[in-house]
Design a protein around this ligand. Sequence first.
Ligand code: ADP
Ligand code: MG
Length: 204
Amino acid sequence: MKTIVIAAQKGGAGKTTLARNLAVAASHDNYTVLCLDLDPQSSLRSWWEGREADTPSMLDRDPAPHSIRTTLNAAQGQFDLCIIDTPPAAPEWLSEALGAADLVLIPVRPSPDDLRAVGATIAAVNTACVPFAFALSQTPRAKITDEAARILAQHGRVAPVNIVQRVIYAETGATGQGVTETSDDKARAEIISVWNYVKGILNG
Ligand SMILES: Nc1ncnc2c1ncn2[C@@H]1O[C@H](COP(=O)(O)OP(=O)(O)O)[C@@H](O)[C@H]1O
Ligand SMILES: [Mg+2]
């Protein structure tokens, strides 16, 4: 089983949106996926509870963050992929969760505030010594997006596809769907591309 931790010490970066859409895209790619929600706000779980499909899976209760290793050990052999959503803060257990990752994905909005804030997350993944990649999130079609990609590329890999600002991402938060389950072709294509990029890193 591979483990992806989605982290960014910034609220609204797009962590939960990325977690749920990757989880659905991976499920449609025949991966058995377990989602864990370590954010006390439980937005990943709330979305999942509104879902009709049986996959991806969640546990009846999410583990206490300090039990994450035990939970992952128990899930080994049962799932191909575990996707872990985290809170915007940096609780003391975050390093433990990051350390369990095969890949940390860091969504970043292309704004000066978000770019300033990402330094703390970069420091945390570097301390944990785990592979990571940035994904630009909620991007406008503007120069600031290319500029942000250029700056982030100085610190690590940047997903070659941006998660564009689209109403469907917010709408599917309420319907329990992934955008790949809607008729929005552009959103579907971009999430499949992000998933393929992530899969390439995990299998690389
Ligand atoms: N690509 C996107 N396009 C439009 N809205 C988005 C997009 N990504 C996230 N959002 C919206 O922005 C808000 C914050 O996203 P969320 O994934 O909850 O961030 P985080 O989990 O990092 O706090 C949510 O209301 C979500 O629906
Ligand atoms: Mg969230």
